[in-house]
Design a protein around this ligand. Sequence first.
Ligand SMILES: *Cc1c(COP(=O)(O)O)cnc(C)c1O
Length: 222
Amino acid sequence: MKPLEIRLTQLRTNIAKCAEKYHRNPDNISLLAVSKKHSVADIQTAIDSGQFDFGENYVQEAVEKIQALDGKNIVWHFIGPIQSNKTKLIAEHFSWVHSLDRFKIAERLNAYRPPALPPLNVCLQVNIDDEPQKAGVNVDKLNELVKQIESLKRLKLCGLMAIPKAKTSFQQQCESFARLHLAAKALHLSTLSMGMSGDYEAAIAEGATIIRVGTAIFGERD
Ligand SMILES: *Cc1c(COP(=O)(O)O)cnc(C)c1O
């Protein structure tokens, strides 16, 4: 087996163990492989071992990979910062967007979503630890944004996403994820996109339905 296949297999085993430990149904935890800065060849290796959901952060890089892997039944997720002038490409090439945090961007994605495609699945990115420099809507502004987005027929609002502050302890990681879970519950949203290579166990413990893992699958990025 290639190192990448070994890491992916180990990760799947760990996810299954976490599911059991925290009394989660493993079918409700999906693995999004974050392939930013990694090659088409590495993505192909992951596909060959049964991975079909991939996350990308940079539009240009992503569109090249999407075109190179055309026809492979991949579900592409956009998880990076969204610039207004990239909304058309995102709406045309992706099935999911996890990093939506402004109505203006939502309107553009809605307008550009091609009629032949199903509505674009979206998660709202929440600035769960109230960090001044960080992307994401504040928890107290979520209600308003949700109401606005509900009028956009070419978007399907699925859930919430967060990238918490880097935490040292498992307990601290859990606290941020638990707050995101509560916010989603209050809005009756079922998708919780949370947890990365360093904190997916805490995310699973607190109800993650999509974990976004890059380094633990593909290795370090340059
Ligand atoms: C890069 C990235 C990830 C994956 O991070 P790793 O630590 O490599 O697992 C997850 N989510 C987002 C939004 C990212 O930008």
